[in-house]
Design a protein around this ligand. Structure first.
Ligand code: FAD
Ligand code: FES
Length: 378
């Protein structure tokens, strides 16, 4: 006896006949999907420097456009681009507004002795093409969870994502309060000072407070570090407001202590570090009998080389012409993941590893250091 389900539904035979009569679908859905994904989340962008703005004596903004002046992929204020340069890469936050997709601005501060910040500032001229990642990162406003009354503690170049968030509020006319408490060493180090002050004066929802540690004699603003007292005085009661923190690694530990002292819950603090993770050899997990300056050997894909124990594995691989995918270089994005086949590796606390990574021997090479001779797999 036949048990066809379609026999039990009136009109089912007509529908089946109609389906059979349809022109076969020959579209390449996979390729179409790939094109759409690449348009919005490209792995690589070729961008041309169209303008360079001197922000302070140590900071320049590079304005980047598509070589054919096409619109750039959308991004969320707070996200960054990985910039590939001189055989390596560095992440830089987009400081321009997500409302304007004809360009991205990257605001780069010189780090004394730093390889790429100095190379960008000293050698890149208008007309130069740069390869970057598409916009990346999770350090951005989420209207559902973060609310519309926000505090941002910035240190140094950590003001770049805040600038993008502020420009977005202004240009999109968003109903959002934004209070920036921005710490700098000297008054002359304050990036975007004039624009920030003008926006604060003309937009009631935007409050800007500059705080300097080494004030000039004519400085009348707040001085010192971004301490609990300063935060309270400038932001008032935190009342569960979302607090973003962006700046050097040291600011994270300091700001976290200050916010904790104010009773602010950790889940209402979002952080992004604009510098390398703290010295791994000072971490409590670093074995006390291991000299960080001595070398170990690394074997990977049939190649072997020696590298110092205190050099991140990602840098060591790049030194030897091996280029894992990278973006954040701070342990967060997981693109630089490698498997440790053999040997011992110290992974900095900054690495946001999955629970399964430890079980199956994976780590994030940008914040992982070889303690012993190691064999790795990409
Ligand atoms: C998500 C993200 C966004 C970032 N956005 C910006 C940005 O908008 N603007 C910007 O200027 N930088 C930004 N940075 C920092 C940037 O990626 C580089 O780390 C920085 O430019 C230094 O690179 P370098 O090659 O010059 O120094 P390196 O040669 O990598 O480092 C040299 C030495 O300086 C130390 N160091 C590295 N960075 C810093 C720092 N910021 N402060 C103090 N010491 C440091 C290192 O520990 C090392 O010992 C961002 C970093 C991250 C992770
Ligand atoms: S590059 Fe992002 S985790 Fe290493």
């Amino acid at each position: 006896m036949k048990h066809r389900l379609t026999d039990r539904f009136a009109g089912a035979a007509d529908i089946l006949a109609e389906i059979d009569a349809r022109v076969p679908d020959t579209r390449d859905h996979l390729a179409e999907t790939r094109t759409t994904v690449d348009t919005y989340h490209p792995k690589r962008l070729r961008l041309v420097v169209v303008e360079i703005i001197d922000e302070t004596s140590t900071t320049k903004t590079f304005r980047l456009e598509h070589p054919e002046a096409l619109p750039l992929p959308p991004f969320l204020a707070g996200q960054y681009l990985g910039v590939f340069f001189d055989g390596t890469s560095r992440p830089y936050a987009i400081s321009s507004s997500p409302e304007r997709l004809d360009h991205y601005d990257l605001t780069v501060r010189r780090v004394p002795g730093g390889r790429i910040s100095n190379a960008l500032i000293d050698t890149v001229a208008v007309g130069r093409e740069l390869t970057t990642t598409g916009p990346m990162g999770v350090f951005h406003h989420n209207p559902l969870f973060h609310g519309s009354d926000l505090i941002f503690l910035a240190g140094g170049s950590g003001v770049a994502p805040a600038m993008s968030m502020i420009r977005e509020i202004v240009e999109r006319g968003l109903d959002r309060r934004f209070r920036l408490i921005y710490g700098s060493r000297r008054c002359t180090d304050v990036i975007f000072r004039d624009e920030l002050d003008t926006l604060a004066a003309t937009h009631p929802g935007i409050d800007i407070h500059h705080v300097v540690t080494e004030p000039a004699p004519d400085w009348t603003g707040t001085t010192g570090l971004l301490s609990a007292d300063t935060i309270s005085a400038l932001a008032g009661p935190l009342d569960g407001r979302m607090v973003y923190v962006c700046g050097p690694q040291a600011l994270y530990h300091y700001a976290l202590d200050q916010l904790t002292a104010l009773g602010h819950p950790r889940k209402r603090i979002r952080f992004e570090a604009n510098g390398a993770p703290s010295d791994p050899t000072r971490a409590p997990q670093w074995p006390s009998d291991v000299d960080p300056n001595t070398e170990v050997s690394v074997v990977i894909g049939g190649k072997s080389f020696r590298t110092p124990r205190n050099r991140p594995l990602l840098d060591a691989l790049e030194d030897n012409g091996i280029r894992p995918e990278t973006a954040c270089r701070s342990g967060e994005c997981s693109l630089c993941r490698i498997r440790i086949v053999e040997g011992e590796v110290h992974t900095a606390a900054e690495a946001e590893l999955r629970l399964s990574d430890a079980r199956f021997g994976y780590t994030h090479s940008c914040v992982a250091y070889p303690i012993s001779d190691v064999e790795l797999e990409l």
